[in-house]
Design a binder for this molecule. Sequence first.
Ligand SMILES: [Zn+2]
Length: 150
Amino acid sequence: MNLPCETIRDLLPLYHDHVCSPQSRELVEEHLASCEQCQEELSALRAEMKGVNAMENTKPMRDIAKQWKRDKKTSFLKGSLLVSILASLSCILSYEVIGSYVAPDGTLVEPFALIPLAYLFALLAILFGLGLGMVSMAKRLRKRAQNTKA
Ligand SMILES: [Zn+2]
């Protein structure tokens, strides 16, 4: 008896996982012996399953992914730190450049807003710097814990 390929392909996953009945198994094997396409289908299924298992079992891959995520956090903090420092400096600089003058009506005109802004960015820079320090400290502690474990 020869079943159509569609039927066999429906059974292939069950056949692969050894969960079909002995009769179905026999039918699948009988069909496979004479059908190259279904043989290919089965080997593709095998390769796919192997890939899935390998992915689940590769701890190094996950470690790399984790490391990547951590590095992204670090570079984000570094970038933010740099931007904050630059922003703070440019505020101070433009305050100096713009300077102050007395308006005709006698009021002192100064780019006052730049000073709190400069402080704000400086504060941000400090916070990002602290964050960066904490991240690298955590990294060091983790490394030490790993070394003592090993
Ligand atoms: Zn077939």
